[in-house]
Ligand binder design. Structure first.
Ligand code: PLP
Length: 377
């Protein structure tokens, strides 16, 4: 099997799993317990928090562990909504290319009285800070723009957008789920107030993520109970998961430069070969991108036909975002970029990782060439 769907999830690396294992089998205490077993687990969570804080450019107490990227996004938006309600600002601005975890969470706050403004990217897939700026006024409590898009890989100018948000008195949130561990991120340097990550997008375990919240009040709880995570996220800590998240983030960041170069070269090789297919168009080609994501539209083909044919040849790729897979609809990201629906229908996302080889890329290119030829015949 050739796995080119790393934007949907990545393989957990064996060395990460090995680091988690003792927290299932030996140090399985509850971090809230005051005996030795609990203390061991508590220390592991504290160490993990310090690692995450260092790698993301914030203080350890500003990190809240969650059940994943979706929960972190929801909590970030809830935090901004409460901030808005407190100071009487009832509008939230986001890009139209956000992940559903952000878009649907915003919709939920719309039902509770907030106005939501969505800003389109330019045709390269980049959200211009000036477009965000134009959408701001003194009624806005939140600007949310992802650090890198999950369908195109386009990297967004979060530093500029954060500055625009702050100049209007709004908080800035970035969904950094596709960016963390892949490109440099520093909350303090970039002026990010709220940032979401998820371990399974950088070879860590599924079901664990983190929210960084640098506001004075801290993250607003959305799950209530025993008061874990300083009351910001109740529920017994997922100790092995938290250990795995920190270990995977540490490893991804430590190897980032070399990995990004290698993966980027493989991505470029793949695109060079796919571009030779008649009617192929590489999406966000002229945008800065995370190294692993390639979205190619094949004019005249339908992703619903192509993905199963790739699968039949042992190649796992996806049509747009995995979250909307199965649904017969054109990607909201491509539509936001102004890609015509007819072309967007033939969009295939190939997403690579540090585990991807030259042979994988060669096989995918050959398969895609053959599939395109057979479908057009
Ligand atoms: C995968 C993803 C999420 C959701 O993260 P989960 O941990 O799967 O809940 C959110 N945002 C982006 C950009 C993603 O790619």
């Amino acid at each position: 099997m050739i796995y080119l769907d790393n934007a949907a999830t990545t393989a957990m690396h064996a060395n990460i799993f090995e680091q988690m294992k003792p927290y299932y089998l030996e140090t399985y205490g509850n971090p809230g317990s005051i005996h030795a077993a609990g203390r061991g687990a508590l220390h592991a969570v504290m160490d993990a928090r310090a690692t995450v804080a260092k790698r993301l450019g914030c203080m350890p107490r500003q990190v809240t562990f969650t059940s994943g990227g979706t929960e972190a996004d929801n909590q970030a938006i809830a935090t901004a909504a409460h901030f808005g309600q407190r100071i009487g600002r009832m509008r939230m601005v986001a890009s139209s290319i956000e992940h559903p975890a952000v878009l649907r969470a915003l919709e939920a706050w719309k039902a509770r009285g907030f106005e939501i403004t969505l800003v389109d990217p330019d045709e390269t897939g980049v959200v211009q800070a000036s477009s965000i700026h134009d959408a701001l006024d003194d009624d806005v409590c939140l600007v949310s723009v992802m650090a890198a898009n999950n369908e195109t890989g386009a990297v967004q100018s979060i530093e500029e957008i954060a500055a625009a948000a702050h100049s209007a008195g709004a908080l800035f949130h970035t969904d950094a789920v596709q960016a963390a561990g892949h490109i440099p991120l520093n909350c303090e340097a970039a002026g990010v107030d709220l940032l979401s990550i998820s371990a399974h997008k950088f070879h860590g375990p599924k079901g664990v993520g983190a929210l960084v919240c640098r506001t004075r009040e801290g993250a607003e709880p959305i799950i209530f109970g025993g008061g874990q995570e300083r009351g910001r996220r109740s529920g017994t800590e997922n100790v092995p998961g938290i250990v795995g998240l920190a270990a995977a983030l540490e490893e991804a960041c430590a190897n980032m430069d070399g990995d990004a170069r290698r993966v980027g070269e493989l991505r470029d090789t793949l695109e060079l070969r796919l571009a030779s297919i008649d009617g192929a168009m590489i999406i966000a080609k002229n945008a800065p991108r995370v190294p692993g994501i390639s979205n190619v539209c094949f004019d005249g083909l339908d992703h619903q036909a192509v993905v199963p044919l790739l699968d039949a040849r042992g190649i796992c790729a996806s049509a747009g975002s995995a979250c909307s897979a199965g649904a017969v609809q054109v990607s909201h990201v491509l539509r936001g970029m102004g890609v015509p629906d007819g072309l967007a229908k033939g969009s295939i996302r190939f997403s690579l990782s540090v585990d991807t080889t030259q042979e994988d890329v060669d096989a995918a290119a050959v398969a895609m060439q053959e599939i395109a030829a057979s479908l057009k015949r």
